[in-house]
Write a protein of this length. Structure first.
Lengths: 341, 341
DNA sequence: ATCGTTTGCGGGAACGTTCCCGAAGATGAT
DNA sequence: ATCATCTTCGGGAACGTTCCCGCAAACGAT
């Protein structure tokens, strides 16, 4: 490999200077003759000198890279968050190492250990559905290792996080259905292990109670996060003695799976059953009727998470445990529109 | 930051050995007393010693990371490829640094230079639609810098690539429409700057000719890659004096944009116009009717690209210029099915 | 002339690791 | 007993950079 880059030594030798002086000249220090500096800078330019980042890392005992742990990135949710993170990290000279857990706690742990061995300066994490053991995270925190959770946060761990108010927006989604005349609303719930699932159930119940509707636990169907689960959920709905007139789903794929199944069984949406999803996806605009959904500020979320992490890294890891709650919004579309707003 | 890791020195000091001996013991060299080795290994284990990758990088003058340049990753196409790449790179101890060009040649260049400064050991690239200047790539090749293109390859550059036979599969898609009885087939074409666009046009024309159909240049509508472009394309179609009876689109988003517009204008799919997309996406199964599409072997593509690159890196960058052509397949669904197969 | 002070530069250690080379002590052969 | 050989280990340079320290020359002030 002929990748012998120009080093500071080459410049020093060419100009008959010491490496120290060249280093200081390039760093724009005061104790170097303006003419010397000029010569150094010009030669560096000419030779296309780029400082070797690896040796700098060794000096600083930092890798200037951060590890990201996500469950998947086939849906556009996490890619959009990554874009937000990169927009902060890139200008600051940090690299992002992305690692998928495929919803497996074991792989999640393996990836984190691997990234730790690679000396990342911090972690940005969205936990898998399987993750229950918080010991490792706790150890990181105890060692003041920079760590930020987003979206799916670990329970009972004192750590910085970037989230939306899932309860509130589940409330908004459910309330919207009620306003559209729904009186018997099913909730296709997420995995129990996830904090967001519980929060959204809470918001769903709150909305029912607020509007004087009964909370019927049998209307809360544990589903999951995938489209296939939505199909299964819809099949359970079809077997109900009394059909519901509204569905609030944990996310868009589940909502869409349910819609496909219901439609196939001759149920009209939104006339018979109105549907609302969560976490805006491209698919919402493609399914017919278009899906009403809660839109999360993905880019801003990534941005905030990265900023929070950099703050921790740069502040020599003082314990700046903070929770940032971002705003979301509801996109009302045909799947829930029974009457003009 | 209390990230003082255990170093080889710590172990040496604790056991009253030299760093050389500890290094050799951990590297399982022959010239070290079995008892000494045992002591070293055990203490390393106990102290949870992890070799500092940065100092190793400095020694090897390699960063053990590869840069990836992609136009976007909101669609699932590139994420799936990334997964394929990671499956190869991870076990070999290489990191992947992903960088988006947002279809901008300028940003693409900026990102590549930035990654070069970070001393990546190679590049895996899918060029942006804007990229026309191949000089930089040529320079890399001249310097024997490890480089692999996939999917969207640079023209006229002698370099390794991983692709599918776009011409062939465009042929298959078009032929399928012909077999379904289509006689007047529109092609919603991709950006002219892209190699794949030209290849798919060629395959489209070949199929028409092979089946004795006229090639009408006015039926080739330059579109782009986004759903919005598909909508515009469909609007052009609607203004045609004679409507076509089939559409072959450059990709799924364009096909779906077109379908939505056509449906809105009362055109039945596939009865009036049959539609085929390209590069299988999740959306194909969601749009109604479900979209017939050409499915690319994304994971295998990423895997092959990574293997090709590692081969170049490890072989000290000998010029192993190779082109790997992978198989694809057609998924026939309702959007093109006029008669049972 | 003598003494501080400024200005500009170089020496060398350090970051954590590997690896070449040499040096002991033990062992074997003559 | 002598010498070659094997075994086991340590010294030290190197990777590219920064940074602390010290040193010399030039300068001004006394």
């Amino acid at each position: 490999m002929i990748k012998s880059r120009v080093t500071i030594k080459d410049i020093a030798k060419a100009l008959n200077l010491s490496t120290s002086t060249v280093s200081r000249a390039l760093a724009d220090r005061w104790d170097v003759n303006p003419e010397t500096r000029k010569a150094v800078v010009e030669l560096a330019e000419k030779l296309n000198y780029m400082p070797n980042p690896i040796s700098l890392n060794l000096k600083h005992r930092q890798s200037f890279s951060v590890g990201m742990i996500i469950p998947e990135f086939i849906n556009s949710f996490f890619p959009e968050i990554i874009m937000g993170i990169q927009s902060v990290l890139e200008p600051e000279g940090y690299r992002l190492l992305i690692s998928q857990s495929n919803e497996s706690a074991e792989l999640e742990m393996k990836n984190m250990r691997s990234l730790e061995a690679k000396m990342v300066d911090g972690f940005i994490v969205s936990v898998s559905t399987e993750t229950t053991d918080m010991e490792y995270f706790q150890t990181l925190i105890d060692n003041h290792f920079p760590l930020v959770f987003f979206n799916r946060v670990a329970r009972n761990v004192p750590v910085s996080r970037v989230i939306i108010d899932d309860c509130k927006w589940a409330f908004v989604a459910t309330e919207h259905l009620i306003e559209q005349g729904c009186r018997r609303i099913v909730h296709l719930a997420g995995p129990e292990s996830l904090d967001v699932s519980a929060e959204r159930i809470r918001g769903y119940k709150d909305a029912l109670i607020r509007h004087g509707l009964p909370v019927d636990e049998s209307l809360i169907i544990p589903c999951g996060l995938l489209m296939e689960k939505g199909i299964l959920g819809a099949m359970q709905i079809l077997e109900m003695p009394v059909l519901p007139d509204g569905i609030f789903a944990i996310n868009d794929p589940v909502a869409i799976g349910a819609m496909k199944t219901l439609k196939k069984n001759g149920i009209r949406i939104p006339e018979d059953i109105a549907v609302v999803g969560f976490t805006e996806s491209k698919m919402a605009m493609i399914i017919e009727p278009n899906l009403t959904s809660i839109e999360q500020p993905t880019f801003a979320m990534g941005k905030a998470a990265a900023e929070l992490l950099l703050e921790q890294i740069k502040s020599n890891c003082e314990v700046t445990q903070r929770t940032i709650v971002l705003e979301a919004k509801i996109n009302i579309r045909e799947s829930s529109l029974r009457q003009p707003v």
